[in-house]
Design a binder for this molecule. Structure first.
Ligand code: ADP
Ligand code: ZN
Length: 684
């Protein structure tokens, strides 16, 4: 950051970032009365067109300074004065201003939008003062295993040296990773530092939160999107003042204003939830690594199934690999069986199910009769994902999206799972007026019905975004299951992750192939990660666990490796497959997304950018691009979607080219929007 020499008499100009989708900042005069209040990171109210908006000061210059002279041509407008400096306690600390600048630059996002993502919501409201009494936490009585000892020693040594080191803690679920996080955190706090613990989703991490709170008492704060604005601001202010030792939070907590940060833990570092899928499209794990570098802190990435990027970074020596190969206290890993999906040609009779194989059906029965519990996983909500006309074979489609409508039995409606449009199930086919529909594609509601049909009296708790829409329902459903008030927990992703129920001895995956068929370079990786994670929900207590995957692709390496719980084999095989066609971690990607209502315009624009890139590319760049082509979901909410994916060995060159495209685009706005996705986690 430049620190211009400002003469005491010189009037000041502030460069302000405003949360609007424009890749530029704006300049304002600083009225004499506000002179002592302006500094980078301060939140200000400014006139913007006819509106009054909140913005963030990026830098301050003397009106006659050289620095301003060099810059002023970028701000051709007449300078208007800042209206006001908003509450000083909301100002971003210097360190976060630098981090935001890095994020805006790297992800090519408007700086104002990055600042907004970093700040607590509810700007301009007053904070109440009362805080809960501090409760002391208690130290752990667990005796570490030798592997854990070794991991903790490596981390604490790096902490003592105050150098920005990164570790990848790789260990199967139940191998004691969380205990290592807690010890490293204790060490940081004892030596006067602060700790940030990132989790993919707060609501799915109750166990982790309990354990952190038990260890650190009330000097822990939670940070997540469903905090009320007031509570969020309260946490923000306390953290900023240094009154909080440990912040546990989801993605946006990576911007929590903790001074003297010593340690950032990223649990389940492979999770795609760390990537924000709207501007600014940052990846919290990667931002965490940068933040730690700025702060000379240690980053600890943990996973049972590290992302290919992280494991290859560890192999190349960028991270230190720490391995916990065994489950704690010799608890057995559950055995995994693969079984063919039931054939849909078979007629459904009392004895036969089109959803549950005989193997899985019997396993459920046995589990329940032993008074143990089962988790059933299916990553699709609703009843039937395809409603097809028996005459013309056309499925019901959303008018606005390139997606079939899902039938929801509870409301008897067909719903678009992308845009949410829904209507009563039609009596006749909109294409041919046929009056018979076939319901295909199994969702969680259909599985629930099937369970009720096959096992009358079975107590099933269904967990998906339909059943947990109301605040608090997720938590109470999980509690009921934990208390043994349900036999089966049936659900989507929500049941796959993080949960620790010792009573569960059976995990069944209704269709293990769903993710595998998606046209994305990460399909196999996601399938492997998800199945491994789901399998880890079984046998966490004293009784051995059993896991059943229903699949039609029992030979696929993602399935066999997940069944064998063999990360290394998966990693090697997948790494090889990323060589041809070449994908990360061998190359970097930037995805350029085009969308608009007029398909011809969208295609023309994508073609024009392709032509521009062909002219700009030099052989020495080793850069190429895929497309332009329609995105796999080629129409959403009435907008046609195309993309073009830049691919090359170095981020820097890709970034330069993207900047050129964006600069060029600024003069080519014609009803087509261009969005940049740096390091996309998926190309879907
Ligand atoms: P992970 O985070 O890898 O899933 P945890 O840290 O949650 O593993 O450990 C799994 C279980 O084992 C937890 O109940 C934890 O309290 C316990 N545990 C962890 N380390 C030890 C240890 N060294 N000795 C005994 N129990 C341990
Ligand atoms: Zn739709």
């Amino acid at each position: 950051m430049s620190t211009p020499v400002v003469s005491e008499l010189d009037a000041l100009v502030a460069e302000v970032a405003i949360p609007v989708p424009l890749r530029r900042t704006f300049a304002y005069d600083v009225p004499e009365a506000l002179r002592s209040l302006v500094h980078s990171g301060a939140v200000v109210s400014v006139p913007f067109g006819r509106r009054k908006l909140s913005g963030f000061i990026v830098d301050v210059y003397g009106r006659h300074s050289d620095a301003w002279n060099r810059l002023s041509h970028k701000f051709p407008e007449d300078l208007k004065p800042i209206h006001a400096v908003l509450e000083a306690e909301l100002a971003l600390p210097e360190e976060l201003v630098s981090l935001c600048r890095w994020v805006a630059d790297y992800y090519q996002a408007p700086l104002g939008e990055v600042f907004r993502a970093a700040l607590p919501s509810g700007l301009g409201k007053k904070t109440p003062g009362e805080l809960p009494e501090a409760e002391p936490g208690s130290a752990s009585e667990i005796r570490l295993s030798p592997d854990q000892e070794q991991a903790v020693a490596a981390i604490t040594t790096a902490q003592a040296e105050a150098r920005p080191a990164a570790f990848l803690l790789y260990g199967v679920t139940g191998s004691g990773k969380t205990e290592v996080y807690l010890r490293a955190a204790e060490h940081a706090v004892t030596s006067g530092g602060k700790v940030l613990i990132l989790v993919p989703e707060i609501a799915l991490s109750p166990q982790m939160i309990h354990r952190v709170q038990a260890r650190f008492g009330s000097r822990v704060a939670l940070w997540h999107s469903s905090l009320t604005p007031t509570r969020r601001r309260e946490v923000w202010s306390r953290a900023r003042r240094g009154d909080i030792d440990v912040v546990v939070g989801a993605r946006s907590a990576v911007f929590a204003p903790l001074p003297d940060l010593k340690l950032i833990v990223v649990d389940e570092e492979h999770e795609s939830a760390y990537k924000q899928n709207e501007s600014p499209r940052y990846h919290a794990r990667d931002v965490a690594l940068v933040r730690a570098r700025f702060a000379n802190a240690v980053t600890l990435l943990g996973s049972a199934t590290p992302s290919l990027e992280s494991m290859s970074n560890a192999e190349r020596g960028k991270y230190t690999l720490l391995n916990l190969p065994d489950r704690v206290a010799g608890r057995s890993r559950g055995s995994v069986e693969l079984v063919e999906l039931p054939h849909t040609e078979r007629r459904e009779t009392r004895a036969v199910s089109l959803i549950l194989s005989d193997l899985l059906r019997d396993a459920i029965l046995q589990t329940v009769s032993r008074r143990e519990q089962a988790i059933l996983f299916l990553n699709r909500r609703g009843h039937s994902t395809v409603v097809q006309c028996e005459e013309c074979r056309k499925p019901l489609h959303c008018d606005q999206c390139d997606i079939t409508l899902t039938w929801h039995s509870d409301r008897d409606r067909v719903i678009c799972h992308y845009c949410g449009r829904n209507k009563t199930t039609p009596d006749r086919c909109p294409s041919c007026s046929g009056s018979l529909f076939v319901f295909k594609g199994v969702g969680t509601q259909r599985v629930a019905r099937e369970l009720a049909r096959l096992f009358p009296g079975l107590r099933v708790e269904r967990l998906d975004t339909d059943s947990t829409r109301k605040r608090g329902t997720l938590e109470t459903a999980l509690e009921r299951f934990r208390d043994g008030k349900a036999d089966v927990l049936l659900g989507t992703q929500m049941v796959a992750k993080g949960l620790d129920f010792p009573g569960v001895t059976l995990v069944g995956v209704i269709n293990a192939d769903l993710q595998l068929s998606l046209p994305d370079f990460r399909s196999a990786e996601r399938t492997f990660q998800l199945l491994t994670q789901v399998a880890g929900r079984s046998g966490r207590g004293p009784r051995p666990g059993r896991v059943i995957f229903q699949t039609n692709q029992a030979e696929h390496y993602a399935l066999t490796a997940a069944a064998a719980q063999d990360y290394e084999t998966f990693y090697r095989t997948e790494l090889t497959s990323r060589r041809d066609p070449v994908y990360p971690p061998y190359v970097r990607l930037i995805n350029l997304l085009f969308d608009g209502r007029d398909e011809t315009k969208v295609i023309d624009e994508a073609d024009a950018v392709a032509t521009f890139l062909r002219k700009s590319l030099r052989a020495a760049d080793h850069v190429d691009f895929l497309g332009p082509a329609p995105q796999p979901l080629s129409r959403l909410k009435g907008k046609h979607r195309w993309h073009l994916t830049l691919r090359g060995p170095e981020h820097k060159r890709l970034q330069e080219l993207t900047t050129q495209v964006l600069d060029r685009e600024a003069s080519h706005q014609r009803g087509v929007r261009l969005t940049v996705d740096v390091d996309p986690v998926s190309l879907l």
